[in-house]
Design a protein around this ligand. Sequence first.
Ligand SMILES: C[S@@+](CC[C@H](N)C(=O)[O-])C[C@H]1O[C@@H](n2cnc3c(N)ncnc32)[C@H](O)[C@@H]1O
Length: 208
Amino acid sequence: MTTEQLPDEHWNAFYTEHEQIWSGKPNAAFVDEVSGLTPGRALDLGCGEGADAIWLAERGWTVTAVDISTVALGRAAGHAKAAGVDDRIDWQQHELGKSFPEGEFDLVSAQFLHSKTELAREEILRSAAAAVARGGVLLIEGHLGFPPGEPNPHPEMHFPEPDEVIESLALPEGEWDTLVSRAHDRAQVLRDGVPINRRDSTVKLRRR
Ligand SMILES: C[S@@+](CC[C@H](N)C(=O)[O-])C[C@H]1O[C@@H](n2cnc3c(N)ncnc32)[C@H](O)[C@@H]1O
């Protein structure tokens, strides 16, 4: 896998390497932050193998779930069918930054939307904010670094602190409330069974 690949080639190759990449469980911080919300229309940006989208659909949300990788989307759609919620999820392929799903949503979620290839992350997150309906929530979870002990092959990659994420959204004054802005630790078990600690950031905002 090289960074000379186009972003969709990079991510399709990434997903093709293993039958399953992620745990199949929804992200823990995502579940914590979304559990108290009233189900409505949700948009999941960079949905991967679909665990968060399926978790939402199982709780009554109508979900639009987007990824650049057709391999990931195909897998996610299969999991949704097995879970009996495929009629509640619209899977859409977009290279975010170049195209963005239509509509407005009560929840827009971006969970670990990072890439070792080209990704207009700040621009995409501004589009994400614009897609939040009045009274809706924008939830952004990000890493604050590579896994500990791993040499950093991409020193140019920037992992913004929560304040930086909020600042880069350039939100209109008086329109949004910050509900959560924090850095936190998260226990993770690597594919080979080794437990590690990750440092992540959570930003949760509500549009007035
Ligand atoms: C680190 S993974 C996170 C996946 C999932 N949200 C999760 O938490 O398990 C990043 C995801 O973003 C997707 N992605 C990367 N760049 C993208 C882009 N420009 N447009 C849409 N999806 C993208 C990747 O294919 C991958 O599924």
